[in-house]
Every structure is written in C-alpha cells, then in structure tokens.
Design a protein. Structure first.
Length: 114
C-alpha cells in the first residue's frame, strides 16, 4: 500500500498550490480520502475529506471557501487545490485513506511566506 503526495513547496501569501496524492495497493474507490496537516508544535488536524464516490466533501472552517478537494477514481488520485494561501496554512500536508483500516502518506511540505 502506498500513498504518495506531491505538489508542496514555497508560495507567497495569496498564492495557490495544488497537492496530489496517488494511491496504490488497495481499492481506492472504496475508501474515504482525507487531507490532514500538521504544523510544528501542533497536533495534526483534518483539512478536508471526500466520500468514496466523490459526491460529498467536507472542509475545516479554516479552509472553507479557499480549498477544494477532488478525486479521480480512474487515476487513483486525490487532489487539494489551495487558493488564497495564508502564512497559517504552513504545515506538512498528509494524504489519508480510511475504510476499515487507515493508510497515511509520508506528507508534503507547504510553506506560505513572503
């Protein structure tokens, strides 16, 4: 089983990034997928999750209206489009898969700074 995130980097406040997470080794379309983030010294927090078929998404209040989560069950990939980024969005972002068991990716760093 693998979840491989990509797309992180350094961006200025107000900028955008698109994270991707490619899944392998399990039946991706059966799993609820989530993005979490963890800033230094803070607990890991849920950013957003999407239903297995992609028809429903839920966002943390802190990112609502700025981030969009989507998935492609043919490409076994989940995305997080991040717009209007703020310094407080700086964190390591993790991909998460859940059904009966859970899987985590290794994370990708997002730094928002001028």
């Amino acid at each position: 089983v693998q979840l491989v995130e990509s797309g992180g980097g350094l961006v200025q406040p107000g900028g955008s990034l698109r994270l991707s997470c490619v899944a392998s080794g399990f039946t991706f379309s059966n799993y609820v997928m989530s993005w979490y983030r963890q800033a230094p010294g803070q607990e890991r927090e849920l950013v957003a999750f999407i239903s297995s078929a992609g028809g429903s998404t839920v966002y943390a209040d802190s990112v609502k209206g700025r981030f969009i989560m989507s998935r492609d069950n043919v490409k076994n990939t989940v995305y997080l489009q991040m717009n209007s980024l703020k310094p407080e969005d700086t964190a390591k972002y993790y991909c998460h898969a859940r059904r009966v068991v859970v899987y985590w990716g290794q994370g990708t760093q997002v730094t928002v700074s001028s």
